[in-house]
Design a protein around this ligand. Structure first.
Ligand code: PMV
Length: 360
C-alpha cells in the first residue's frame, strides 16, 4: 500500500445526512514511538497494548453545508459543551485528512466527544480521540463505497488517525498493535497500524494495566515538542536501532510467554524514553518524586514475592502498572496498600488489554 491507495476514486453515491458513533480505546506503548519524520512518519516502529476502559466516544452528525460557506464547517462539543480549545486541533486534522476523504469539504459536522477517563487526569486523549474521529469519517466513506472491506476500512482509519496523532494509528483494531516498518514484522508499514501478526501466548491477552495518576496536570512537554527533540539528538540513531532490536526480541517473548524478559524489556523501553528526554536539548525530567517511589516499590515487591508486575511510562509522571490477569488479586492489594498513597488524591484507573474500537 502507498498513500495514493487511500485517495478515493469517484463514487456513484452521494453522502446525504446521518449520524455515526464510535468508541475508540486508548493504548499504551510497550516499544515507544519517540521521534518522527515529516508527514507523521515514525522514526522507529512501535508496539502497544490496546486498552479497554480508557476510551473516547465520538458521535458525528453530518449534513449539507450552508451555501456559500468556505473552509471546514463544524461544531464541537466536549462532554456536551462547546469546546473552543479543541477546535484548532480538529481543523488541522481535517486539513491533513481532506486529500483522502474529500467529502469533508462539502459537509457540516457536529462532533460530540466524551472521554471515559477523567478530564485532566494527565492521560492523553489524542490517541483515542483521533481514532474515534477517523473511524467516524471512514463510516461515512463507506456510505459512498458500500463494498468497502472491513480490513481496508480499518487500515485507512488507522492511516487517517495517524495524521492526527501518531499513536492514534494503534487505537483501531487488535490487542497488540504494531505500527512502523520493521523487517521482522510482515505487513508492517509506516502508514498505519496492524494487529500484531505473530503468535501471542494467552497470558498476554487479558493483561492488566492499573494507571496510577501521579500528576494530573497538563503535560510539561507536548508530544509534538518531544518528537522534535529527537532531531539531532546525540543518541537518536542508537535509540531507533534499539526499538528494532526490542521488536525482534519480543517475538519469542510473546510466543513463549516469557514474563521475566517481557518485564525487563518493557521497563527498559520506558526508562529509555525518559532518558532521551533527560539528555535532549533542552532537557526535561518528566518523572515526579512519586513516580520514582512507585518504581522502587514495584521492584521491591517483585524481588520479595516473585510477582510478575512491571511498569511503563508515557511522556509524563503517571505510571502504568502491568501484570497478568491471574495475579490480579495479589497485585491489586499491593497497589492499594503501597502505591495508591503516591497518587494525586489517591486516584487510579483500572484497565486491561482490549480488542479495539467499536461502532455503536
Ligand atoms: O502520538 P503522539 O504524537 O502523542 O506520541 C506518543 C508518544 C508516546 O506516548 C510517548 C509513545 C507512544 O508510542 O505512544
Amino acid at each position: 500500500m502507498t498513500k495514493k491507495d487511500f485517495i478515493p476514486g469517484a463514487s456513484s453515491n452521494t453522502l446525504q445526512k446521518g449520524t455515526v458513533t464510535y468508541r475508540a480505546p486508548s493504548n499504551i506503548a510497550l516499544v515507544k514511538y519517540w521521534g518522527k519524520k515529516p508527514d507523521q512518519v515514525p522514526a522507529n516502529p512501535s508496539l502497544s497494548f490496546m486498552l479497554d476502559a480508557c476510551a473516547t466516544t465520538t458521535t458525528m452528525t453530518y449534513g449539507a453545508k450552508a451555501g456559500g460557506q468556505t473552509g471546514f464547517s463544524f461544531d464541537l462539543l466536549f462532554n456536551g459543551r462547546p469546546k473552543e480549545a479543541f477546535r484548532p486541533k480538529i481543523r488541522t486534522f481535517l486539513e491533513r485528512v481532506a486529500p483522502y476523504v474529500p467529502f469533508v469539504h462539502d459537509h457540516h459536522f457536529t462532533i460530540e466527544t466524551a472521554n471515559s477517563f477523567p478530564h485532566s487526569s494527565g492521560i492523553a486523549s489524542s490517541a483515542s480521540g483521533m481514532a474515534a474521529l477517523a473511524l467516524c469519517l471512514m463510516e461515512m466513506e463507506k456510505e459512498l463505497f458500500p463494498d468497502m472491506e472491513r480490513d481496508f476500512l480499518f487500515a485507512k482509519a488507522s492511516f487517517l488517525a495517524r495524521l492526527g496523532s501518531g499513536s492514534a494509528s494503534r487505537s483501531i483494531v487488535g490487542s497488540l498493535v504494531h505500527w512502523g516498518e520493521h523487517k521482522g514484522t510482515p505487513g508492517s508499514t509506516d502508514l498505519y497500524g496492524i494487529p500484531y501478526p505473530h503468535e501471542v501466548h494467552p497470558v498476554f491477552t487479558r493483561y492488566q494495566d492499573t494507571i496510577l495518576l501521579v500528576d494530573k496536570g497538563q503535560k510539561q512537554v507536548s508530544s509534538t515538542v518531544g518528537h522534535e527533540l529527537m532531531q539531532g539528538h546525540p543518541y537518536a540513531e542508537a535509540r531507533f536501532g534499539q526499538a528494532h532490536a526490542h521488536l525482534d526480541r519480543l517475538r519469542s517473548i510473546f510466543k513463549d510467554g516469557e514474563l521475566d524478559d517481557f518485564m525487563a524489556l518493557v521497563e527498559s523501553e520506558a526508562l529509555t524514553l525518559h532518558a532521551m528526554m533527560m539528555c535532549s536539548s533542552p532537557y526535561f525530567i518528566l518523572m515526579k518524586p512519586n513516580t520514582l517511589q512507585i518504581i522502587e516499590r514495584i521492584w521491591e515487591f517483585r524481588r520479595s514475592t516473585g510477582a510478575h508486575v512491571c511498569f511503563t511510562l508515557d511522556a509524563g509522571a503517571n505510571v502504568h502498572v502491568l501484570y497478568p490477569d491471574h495475579e490480579k488479586e495479589a497485585v491489586m492489594s499491593f497497589i492499594e496498600e503501597a502505591l495508591v498513597p503516591f497518587c494525586e488524591n489517591g486516584q487510579y484507573i483500572q484497565d486491561n488489554v482490549g480488542t479495539g474500537a467499536r461502532k455503536s
